[in-house]
Design a binder for this molecule. Structure first.
Ligand code: ZN
Ligand code: ZN
Length: 257
């Protein structure tokens, strides 16, 4: 009797061990789940963001430094934009949370990646694809006096907004309101994650700007190059530019609405 129990235990443990290994093995080899799935280049998750084929739910994690909390207007605009363009029958969930400010005047790409490593809490899991939005209290270190970045898409599911820049350039005479400016920049960068233009979502009709790669050639479109830079201020009005028909068609063709 003892011998049978003993044998049973051995078999039991080895099965358990085997199944643990098997699970870990599966996770390690599923390229779309976990941290490894968030280390690809911009546009590489476009179809998975747009369609309901692999992921049926999308979570946006907004992490902002103290002092540059995004407006509710931006959060609502992100929700509306995603719900209009992507197919996620189980919903779009947006969460935001503060992290301590660093007070640096500018940040390098390397520092931005390190902050994501430290503060990003959500990665693709099960039927949920996750996006990360980092809002910084400083400028981008690549800026010069003539042009500067308001935001950037830097990985397949990651964007950064330069909150201080946005604050400095909004409100007041002939300037967009803070809510409109940060919404515009956020939606533009999300457009890149969805593969616009020609960076993960193939173009139905050629409309990539000849001078500025990955941007739309229509100066009234959300995906026009100037939208994420100081050039934005040449665009008139206090409205968020919409995606033009060419950009909309590319998203639809790649699994979006
Ligand atoms: Zn852009
Ligand atoms: Zn366009």
């Amino acid at each position: 009797m003892n011998r049978i129990v003993y044998l049973f235990y051995i078999i039991g443990f080895s099965l358990l061990f085997y199944s643990c290994l098997d699970d870990r093995d599966k996770i390690a080899h599923d390229p779309f789940i976990g941290k490894q799935a968030a280390r690809r280049s911009v546009g590489q998750s476009a179809s998975q963001i747009l369609s309901d084929e692999r992921f049926t739910r999308l979570e946006v994690e907004i992490v902002y430094m103290e002092g540059v909390r995004p407006t509710n207007e931006m959060i609502n605009n992100i929700r509306g934009f995603l719900e209009e363009l992507i197919r996620k029958p189980e919903g779009v969930i947006i969460q935001d949370r503060a992290i301590p400010g660093r007070g640096q005047s500018n940040y390098t790409v390397q520092e931005i990646r390190e902050m994501e490593e430290e503060h990003r809490g959500k990665y693709n899991d099960g039927n949920t694809i996750t996006l990360f939005v980092l809002v910084l209290d400083g400028h981008f270190n690549n800026d010069d006096e003539e042009s500067f970045a308001l935001g950037a898409a830097y990985q397949n599911t990651s964007i950064v907004l330069f909150g201080k820049r946005i604050e400095e350039n909004s409100g007041g005479f002939r300037r967009p309101s803070r809510g409109v400016l940060e919404s515009t920049v956020a939606l533009h960068e999300l457009g890149h994650l969805m593969g616009l233009v020609n960076v993960g979502s193939d173009m139905v009709v050629d409309h990539e700007d000849e001078e500025y790669d990955s941007h739309c050639d229509n100066s009234e479109c959300l995906m026009y190059w100037a939208v994420e830079t100081s050039g934005l201020f040449n665009l008139t009005g206090n409205n968020i530019p919409a995606l033009d028909q060419n950009c909309r068609n590319d998203l639809t063709a790649n699994g979006g609405r």
